[in-house]
Design a protein around this ligand. Structure first.
Ligand code: WT7
Length: 651
């Protein structure tokens, strides 16, 4: 690891606030602090007036809306009575405005193959794909599961669904067959879209095989559309169910128009982990989400005509939905999309891409930044990164060390860093510095965007004092907010709206400092953040206990230098020896049940788990043990738990 820490400490101790570069504001969307303050004031004093203007100006309307916001917590509707289409907003309107030749997607595959699609070409591909969906029996309201590599076709299928009002449910291609089947069944998916395989670190992963396994347990799925990506031989195609993309999409004419859809038509669902074992399908709708993704993209990334923008996320997560597809394309941006791993063929792949495509705006995650630091500065120093003018971070709070490295090594000390706080549920960025306007403090997502009203409250729902931690809630509706959990109204109300009545409960703890800046302090529930991805500890526990050798399991997060949090599991077992073979088997089992991202980093066998008198597992205690204040070594059976449990009972 390169040692830059001395230097960083020096800077941090000297001054922790970084003023915005003065020259930045000239061309920015918000070109002055007063303009931004004015927008915030307007949005709070005249919510409807503010959003009416925004929506009329920035979305295309087939039919105008007659009411801006109908709000009766937790139910909300935005732009009531209007008709629009997200695919139209992302594609057709640019083409119709004579901007069809502009590059929409610059794409590079992991093996180095490249493609470039203009807005006109992308529209044609999306229209063909939408026509193919119709031929496969998909219409408005039908759910399409998407399990794809990061190819242009992933964006194409999402936009094709949007074009006809079908609901996409993108499943990150690292999830297991079990997870795909669960999501298919919960959503009652009619179609699954996948590929023959996916390139990852020089290897080919057989996606279709995984999907076949899932389809054996997905009774609602009628068809499977398969893209040839890797040219894998011997892909099994089931007669009557499976069809090749090139057979059904390529023959279409490409002129299918975008369907005018009610503002509140479901655009997509995206599964995310909650505090119970079952992932929830977060539901977003057309107009409000589209507007929010577009405007937050323009505000936070200060989007300009000449930019080459790169968000390194996968479309399997909300970041890819909002900031690879809907936000940037609505804004007419030129987006780089990359298929593979950051360290293939070498650890400089990202910097090679930045240099090659002259990327101006880079949006990535702290976990990636920490990996780059570990891999060494020489991989960065080989490349000219002077095209960059703005850096973004998302997924978890960015630790000051990573922030400083990003600032110095990638931004050459003159690119603002936007630390963006938001969630799958919020649809888009909620709090972030605005480049050129907000002075930044490493580790803080600074202040809310126009229209966002955060409140930090205690258990009783009362606002806490400045600098005190509390539950972060949002008091007013915003266009991009989730509309529900697919098929589970009760859980929606229970989860987000019952703790603090009338306010959206984010699930995060936060504090506000003396300058009004927000600092996110982690979750209030049993959700952990592993490499910027949300995981429920209970989900991992359920996967573990589904193994015959496991009696009981408890899973907690522990700090990890690279991932932010690592997964530590404690299990009690029956009829088996607590040895390395079983440990490997159990880790594999979780991988098979959920996916590689949920595989426990540590797995310890215990004779019993520490519980309170009422039978609740004492997670706080386990967290201490997992973080190193443990009794015995990694392989020890933690019989002492019973003793600790007894001791702590009377706390
Ligand atoms: C949770 C949401 C936002 C898209 C990617 C993750 C944590 C996210 C930050 C940040 C501190 C952050 C929160 C949040 N989080 N960004 N900038 N600073 N924490 O989306 O999977 O829905 O997870 O990620 O805990 O609640 P997600």
């Amino acid at each position: 690891m390169t040692d830059t820490s001395g230097q960083i400490d020096h800077v941090l101790n000297e001054d922790r606030t970084f003023p915005p570069p003065a020259e930045f504001t000239e061309k920015a969307v918000f070109s002055s602090k007063s303009q931004y303050d004015e927008a915030c004031k307007r949005a709070s004093e005249d919510r409807d007036g503010f959003w009416k203007e925004e929506a009329e100006k920035h979305l295309h309307w087939f039919e105008p809306f007659n009411q801006v916001c109908r709000w009766d917590a937790p139910n909300v509707e935005w732009f009531v009575g209007g008709k629009t289409n997200a695919s139209y907003n992302c594609l057709d309107r640019h083409v119709e405005a004579g901007r069809g030749d502009r590059t929409a997607i610059l794409w590079e595959g992991e093996p180095g193959d490249t493609r470039c699609l203009s807005y006109a070409e992308l529209r044609t591909e999306v229209a063909k794909c939408a026509a193919a969906l119709q031929e496969l029996g998909i219409g408005t309201g039908d759910v399409v599961s998407v399990y794809m590599p990061m190819t242009p076709e992933l964006a194409i299928i999402m936009l094709a669904c949007a074009r006809i009002g079908a609901v996409h449910s993108v499943i990150f291609a690292g999830f297991s067959a079990e997870s795909i089947a669960d999501r298919n069944n919960d959503a009652k998916a009619k179609l699954v879209v996948t590929a023959d395989g996916l390139h990852r670190r020089g290897k080919v992963l057989p996606l279709k095989e995984t999907v076949d396994e899932a389809l054996a347990k997905s009774p609602t799925v009628e068809k499977c559309l398969v893209l040839r990506r890797v040219g894998q031989d011997g892909v099994a195609m089931q007669e009557g169910r499976d069809v090749w993309w090139h057979d059904v999409v390529d023959k279409q004419s490409g002129d299918l128009p975008a369907k005018p859809l009610d503002s509140e038509t479901t655009l997509f669902i995206l599964y995310t982990s909650g505090s119970t074992g079952k992932p929830k399908g977060i539901r977003h709708t057309t107009a409000g989400y589209n507007l929010w993704a577009m405007r937050t993209f323009q505000w936070v990334f200060d989007h300009r005509e000449e930019d080459v923008y790169w968000c390194t996320a996968d479309c399997g997560w909300i970041t890819g939905h909002s900031y690879i597809v809907y936000g940037p394309l609505s804004a007419g941006a030129t987006c780089l999309m990359y298929e593979g791993a950051p360290n293939h063929p070498a650890e400089d792949r990202f910097w090679d891409l930045v240099e090659k495509y002259k990327v101006t705006t880079l949006y990535t995650a702290p976990t990636a930044i920490r990996a780059f630091i570990k891999w060494g500065d020489e991989h960065v120093e080989k490349h000219d990164l002077s095209s960059l003018r703005l850096l973004g971070s998302v997924g978890e709070g960015i630790n000051p060390e990573a922030w400083m490295w990003y600032h110095e090594k990638i931004g050459y000390e003159n690119c603002p860093i936007v630390d963006t706080w938001w969630q799958t549920e919020t649809g888009g960025i909620m709090m972030s510095p605005l480049p050129g306007i907000t002075a930044t403090k490493p580790g803080s997502c600074t202040t809310p965007l126009p229209g966002i009203v955060p409140k930090i409250v205690d258990e009783a729902g009362k606002p806490v004092q400045q600098n005190n931690g509390g539950m972060l809630c949002i008091a007013e509706p915003w266009p991009g907010m989730l509309r529900g959990i697919w098929g589970d109204e009760e859980r929606f109300v229970e989860q987000y709206w019952s703790t603090v009545p009338g306010m959206y409960l984010t699930g995060d703890n936060a504090r506000q400092d003396e300058d009004g800046y927000y600092w996110i302090m982690g979750r209030i529930d049993d959700v952990i953040n592993v490499s910027g991805h949300r995981l429920s500890t209970i989900e991992v526990e359920s996967a573990l206990v589904s193994h015959e050798a496991v009696c009981e399991a408890a899973v907690v997060g522990r700090p990890d230098d690279l991932k932010g949090q690592a997964i530590a599991a404690f299990v009690t077992i029956r009829d088996r020896e607590p040895d390395d073979a079983l440990r490997t088997e159990l880790r594999q089992h979780v991988r098979k049940q959920i996916g590689a991202l949920a595989q426990p980093d540590d797995l310890r066998f215990a004779a019993t788990l520490p519980k309170t008198r009422s039978g609740k597992i004492m997670r706080r205690l386990l967290r201490d043990v997992a973080s190193g204040r443990e009794i015995g070594g990694d392989t020890s059976t933690l019989e002492d738990f019973s003793v600790i449990a007894k001791l702590s009972e009377d706390e």
